[in-house]
Design a protein around this ligand. Structure first.
Ligand code: SAH
Length: 271
């Protein structure tokens, strides 16, 4: 991109780059709301939160106190003048590994402040794949503590010592756990009572019954020569429900043989 043609960016005045970290400032958080679902995030990038979670439905719910978020800046537990948090991998190889003693200090600081009974999760490509069922069970609990990795990730001993549950967003590698943490929080928070509003249903969407959702349409009734399937315009609720179910089933069978196999196994058990 040719920078000379872009107008100078407006300064929003609030973000300043600090040469040194002042732990006090990094620890400043919104007041703890008792019994409100709480996400706690241990990260090298606390300024990345709430990020997208501060927008739209999750953002409004955050403002309204339907959920809360607390970041714990890993850097403040770092060692020496540069607050180092990582070191080279034992046995050699590329990259850096987050030190267990530094991460342990962050966890020991964070956990007493977490909602009692909330699980401790490390976002990691080696983890159990995150699912809608996990989002549901997290939403039914008091909250979650999340650890965002960076570089090559965490020292294994800290994972073992704290019996940290590893959860993956999918079979791909991100540069850090922050985006994964935001995705997990988003999927969970939208299931909390009141977040989506009264008329929104999470019962009928993808995965809620082990199926992908049927196709959706809206006005105009005809677009580029394509009409909305007539059944959806018929006003016949029974027929509409039947059509949607059939669409869901054939989409799932076609695109997600893994989900389909799980469904068939369940059906077999019922018989
Ligand atoms: N060397 C590691 C990858 C490190 S990626 C490995 O091969 O397994 C750096 C960090 O990004 C990880 O510590 C983790 O917190 C995060 N991350 C990367 N991919 C992820 C995924 N698919 N799901 C969740 N977190 C992920």
């Amino acid at each position: 991109m040719d920078d000379s043609k872009t107008p100078p960016q407006k300064s929003h005045g609030r973000k300043t780059i600090r040469a040194t970290f002042k732990p006090r400032e990094l620890m400043e958080q919104s007041p703890d709301l008792a019994r409100v679902w709480k996400a706690q995030v241990i990260t090298l990038m606390p300024e990345a939160f709430p990020g997208i979670l501060g927008q739209s439905l999750t953002g409004r719910a955050l403002k309204d106190g339907l959920w809360q978020i607390e970041t714990v800046a890993l850097r403040q537990f770092g060692e020496g003048k540069h607050r180092n948090v990582d070191d080279t991998p034992a046995g050699g190889g590329a990259g850096m590994v987050l030190r267990p003693d530094i991460m342990a200090a962050a966890i020991d600081h964070a956990r007493p402040r977490a909602a009692p009974g909330s699980p401790l999760i490390y976002l990691s490509p080696r983890g159990r794949p995150f699912t809608q069922d996990m989002a549901k069970s997290l939403a039914a609990g008091p909250g979650v503590s999340l650890i965002c990795g960076r570089f090559e990730g965490l020292d294994q001993r800290v994972i073992d010592h704290y019996r940290i549950i590893e959860v993956s967003l999918g079979d791909f590698v991100l540069t850090g756990g922050e985006i994964a943490a935001q995705a997990l929080i988003d999927a969970t928070v939208r299931l909390l009572p009141g977040v989506l509003g009264n008329d929104a249903s999470t019962e009928e969407e993808s995965f809620s019954d082990g199926l992908l959702e049927h196709p959706q349409y809206t006005r105009p009734a005809e677009w580029r020569g394509m009409a909305i399937p007539p059944v959806l315009m018929s006003g016949h609720h029974g027929e509409i429900a039947k059509w949607r179910k059939e669409q869901s089933r054939s989409l799932t069978r076609e695109r997600r043989p893994d989900l389909w196999a799980t469904l068939e196994a369940k059906d077999d058990q019922k018989d």
